[in-house]
Design a protein around this ligand. Structure first.
Ligand SMILES: [Zn+2]
Length: 246
């Protein structure tokens, strides 16, 4: 299994060594950690150097930040740092209700898509309460190598997106989320990836999430798809290696 989306730089991971040990023990092959604020880069680099060839980095931009200065710092990091993808970036219409602020999000999102295209990197997309809008922008900008992370939109929209080759990473909250279960039911496993979004989206509500919990997403997908856990593991890992060029 590969956890395609976690936030190991979060300050709650004071026991990072134990977290990584537990991930290895349940068979996690590697973890892709995402930063969403340029401030996190120092900690991210520490973690990467502690676990070489095990933790990989993507650099993103929290869509609720709305600061041109911070966005420029993000662009600079994307160009300078050794990363395997861009993200998470995108839209958040759950927290941002004001239309002029949503326009700023859109502008940053489009620029992030262009950056990913220039560098030929996969892009991990956050689209909370903005699934269809985010997809429309991705289509319009000609985005390639797209991973829709923890998609909360309609399965019918997601189905159209996989026709364009977009991937969907299914978070550990699939254990209880009816919407995520429906997504799994409706999408071909050839376009599914696994993620925890640690420390959030825990399979056990209210608890801190961590990469070792990926096993719960695997089990749930296996149950819904009626495909053995081993097969789900093999296919989702292959999908991940394909999109990230591992
Ligand atoms: Zn995230």
């Amino acid at each position: 299994m590969i956890d395609v989306h976690a936030h190991l730089t979060d300050s709650c991971f004071t026991d990072i060594d134990e977290v990584i040990k537990r991930a290895k023990n349940v068979g996690i092959e590697c973890i892709i950690t995402s930063i969403i604020d340029p401030l996190e880069i120092k900690r991210a680099k520490e973690i990467i150097s502690l676990y070489p060839n095990y933790v990989y980095l993507t650099i993103g931009f929290d869509p609720t930040l709305l600061s041109e200065e911070k966005f420029s710092q993000f662009e600079k990091l994307v160009k300078e740092e050794n990363i395997i993808g861009i993200g998470e970036v995108g839209l958040d219409f759950y927290y941002i209700r004001d239309s002029s602020q949503r326009e700023i999000q859109e502008k940053f999102f489009r620029r992030s898509i262009h950056l990913a295209l220039e560098r030929e990197l996969p892009i991990i997309v956050h689209s909370r309460s903005a699934g269809r809008k985010a997809l429309e922008i991705l289509y319009f900008e000609g985005a390639k190598k797209v991973i829709m992370h923890a998609f909360d939109g309609k399965s019918s929209d997601a189905k159209k997106a996989i026709e364009k080759g977009f991937y969907f990473s299914i978070p550990t909250s699939v254990v209880y989320s009816q919407q995520k279960q429906k997504l799994v039911r409706n999408l071909s496993i050839e376009f599914l990836l696994l993620e925890t979004d640690s420390p959030v989206l825990s399979p056990i509500r209210g608890l801190r999430n961590e990469p070792a919990n990926l096993i719960y997403a695997l089990k749930k997908i296996s149950e819904i798809k009626k495909i053995s856990e081993k097969e789900v593991d093999r296919i989702t890992t292959e999908n991940t290696k394909k999109i990230f060029n591992f």
